[in-house]
Design a protein around this ligand. Sequence first.
Ligand code: SF4
Ligand code: SF4
Length: 760
Amino acid sequence: MRLFSHKSRPVHLGPYPLERLTRCSELSAHDGSCESGGLPIEDPSKPQSIANAMRPYFNIMDRLRDGPEASKQAPIPDDPLERSNHLKAACYFLNASMAATCRISGASILDEPIINNSLNEVTEQEYLVGSVDNVMASISAREGAEVWQRIQETERKSFDHTYALVILVEYTREPDPDELSESWIAGTQALRAAVRAAEIAGMMSTYIRLLGYKGRSHTATASELNADQLVLASGLGEINSSNDSSKVTNPFLGDGFGVAIVSTTMELAADQPLAPGAGVKARNFKWWLGVGGTQPGFQGRPFKGRSFHLGPQPMEKLKRVNEPTTLVDTHNIPRIPKRHDMFIRAGIGDLGNKAQQNLLDFFMITKSPLGHSTIPLLGGMVPLQYGQEADRIAPGTDDPKKNAEAIKAALYYLGADMVGICEIPEHAWYSHDMDGTEIKPYHKYAISILVDQGYETMEGASGDDWISGMQSMRAYMRVQLIGGIVGTHIRNLGYPARGHSVMDQDVLHIPLILLSGLGEMSRIGELVLNPFVGPRFKSGIITTNMPLEPDKPIDFGLQDFCEKCVKCARECPCTAIPFSDKIMFNNYEIWKTDVEKCARYRITTAGGSMCGRCMKTCPWNIEGVLKEGPFLWAAMHLPFTRKWIAKLDDKVGNGRINPVKRWWWDLDTDEEGNIIKAKKSNKRQLSFRPSLSFEKQKLACYPFDRTVVPAGGVSVPDRKEAVQRYKQAEKPVDYRARMERGETGPAPSPEWLESFIPPE
Ligand code: SF4
Ligand code: SF4
C-alpha cells in the first residue's frame, strides 16, 4: 500500500529506492570472503510443514535451469543499459522485490556447486503422467521433458557466463504462534522466498536463451554461483558490520530475503556495489514515507499487523449475500463438455483456417518470447496437480472453519492476491473430457485463487499489444505454483486434492469464483470482477474433500455500476462486449459477450500477442486501495455517484497508455521460429466509440442446445442463427417470473451430450 502514486516511476527501478543508495566502484576485501550454501529442501521432522510440499516444485525448476539457446540472436537493443533495464523490469513484473546486475568474477563461482540431490527422485515419465487428456498440457509437458534432457547434456559443460541478474524476494512477517496456519508455515520463510525467486529466475533464464544467449538459473537448491557474493557485487547488500558474522543484509529488507541468480553471456550494464554505510543513509524520511511512489518504510514486511488468512486486500469489509447478485438457476444450468470451449473449437477448425493455424501459437504464446518462456514451467507443473493423498489424515484437521482459515493463510503467505471457498455446484464440472470420457464430480469443495496480472505493466500497455499474452501467463504461472504447493500440502495432510489450471482442468472457474465471494459478474461477460483488482486477474482452483467452511457471494454494487458504464464495450477492438442489457444464457443471467468474435480477435490480432483491453480500460482496474479509496467507497456505497465516477475515469485519462511504464520489447516470431521485430504493434488510446443499439450491434451466442460439435468432426458455427438466438434471448426478469411459476429453463438432452463424444 503506497501513500504516493508510482505513475511516474519507471518499472525497472522497482518498488524500493535502490537508485538513491550511494555506490562505490569496488567491493571491499572483506566482502570477497562471504560464503554461500544451499537450503535443505524439505523438513521431514515436521510432517505438517508446507516445506514438504515445495520439494517437487524446486525439482522442476532445477530441471529447467538450463538448455540450449536459440540458434539466432534476437534483434534486441545493443545498449547494455537498455538490456539491463529490460531484464530488471521483467523481474519486477514477476514480483521480484529487487533486481540488479553485475559481472561474474572468479570469486563468485563456487568451488563446490550446490547440488539438488532429490532431482533424481522424479522420473522423466512424471512430466507426462496425467496430462495426456489435454492437448495443450501434453505438448508443453513434453517440451518440459525435452528441456530436462538437454540440461543433462549442458550442465556438465564449462561455465563461461559473464553477467549475473540477481533477484531478491522478501520475507513476510513471521506467523504468530496462535495463528491457525502457524504449524504449516512456521520456519519456511527461506524456502518460500527461495521457491518464488527460483520461479522468476527459471523463467528469465528460459527467456534469455530464447533471445539467443546462454542463460542458466541458480537457485537455493542448485547453483554454481555464490549468491551472497553476487548480492554484494550488484549493490543489493552489504556486510552488516554491527554483528560479528559475515551475514549479508539489504538496506531495506535486512536479512529477510531469498535469492536466485540468472547467469548469462548477454552483455549487460553492471550495477555498482554499495558504498560503506549506504544502508544507514538510505533509511531516511523519504524512504519511510515512500516519496516518489516507492514502498513506504513504515509498512514493514508484508502482513505486518494483519492476519495472514485475511489476505492483502480488505475483502472482510465487503457486504456478503446469500445468493450472487445475478440470477443463477443452479439446478438447471447444463453441464458442458470441454469441446464446447470456443478456443478448442478454433483448434478443430470451427473458426476457419486462420484461427486454426494461429491457435497453437496462441496457446503456446510462441508469438511473444517472454510469454513463451513460461511454457516449460507451466507444462512441467501439470503432473503435480494430481497425486495420491497420505494414508492417514493429519490430527487437528477436522474443523472446517479452522481449515478454511489455515488454507487461505497458506495461500496468501505464498503470494495469492485473493482466495475464496465454495461448495462446487454440479454445473461447474465439465461433463466430458476432451476425448469424450464422462467426468463424474469427485470433490465437494473448491478453493478459488486469484493472482493479479500487475497494475504497473497494465498502465503501460494498450491491452492488446506484445505484453498482453505474458500478462496472463505470469498470473497463470504464479497461481499454478502456489495452488500446486497447497494442493500437494492438502494431500500430505491425508485429503484428496486436485489442482485445476489453465493447462488442465475439470471445472469451470467463473461460477466458483462467483460463489466464493471474490467478485460479481460484469459487463465483460464471462468474467467476475473483483472490487480491489477489477478484472485484472487470472485464477486457479483446488478441489478437495477436506472439510472447509465456504464463503458467501459479495455485493459491492457492480450490477448498477456496469449499467451506468459501458467503457469496456466502447473500447473492445472488435465490439464483442454488449452495450445492451443482460440476457439469460444457459439458464444464468449475464452480459453475454460474443465469445466467437473475442476468440477470433485474440487468436489472430497481428499487432500483439492476445487481448485484455477490456481489463485495461475498466475503471475498476485501480492502482491501489489507499490512493483511490474515496472513489472506491463511493462506487460501492453511493449509487448516484457511479455514473459520475465512470465519467471522471475518462476525464482523468484512465485507460490510456502511460509511456513511463512501457518496458518490454515488441518481438514477434516468424514462420521459421526466429524472433523478429514486430512489424506492427497495437498502441490504442481511448476510442470513445459511440454506443451501438441492441439491433445494430450484431452479437452472436451459442447456447448449449445450438452448439453443434459433431463427434471428431468440424462444424462451422452458424453465426447467422447465433445472432438470431442472441436477439431472441430471454430477459432475466421474464425468466425470474417463470421460475416463480415453477417453470424451468431448457435442459440438455442425452443425445446432445453424446454428440460430443468422438468415435472410437
Ligand atoms: Fe474485446 Fe479483447 Fe476483451 Fe475480447 S479480450 S472482449 S476482444 S477487449
Ligand atoms: Fe463494468 Fe465499466 Fe468495467 Fe465494463 S468497464 S466491466 S461496464 S465497470
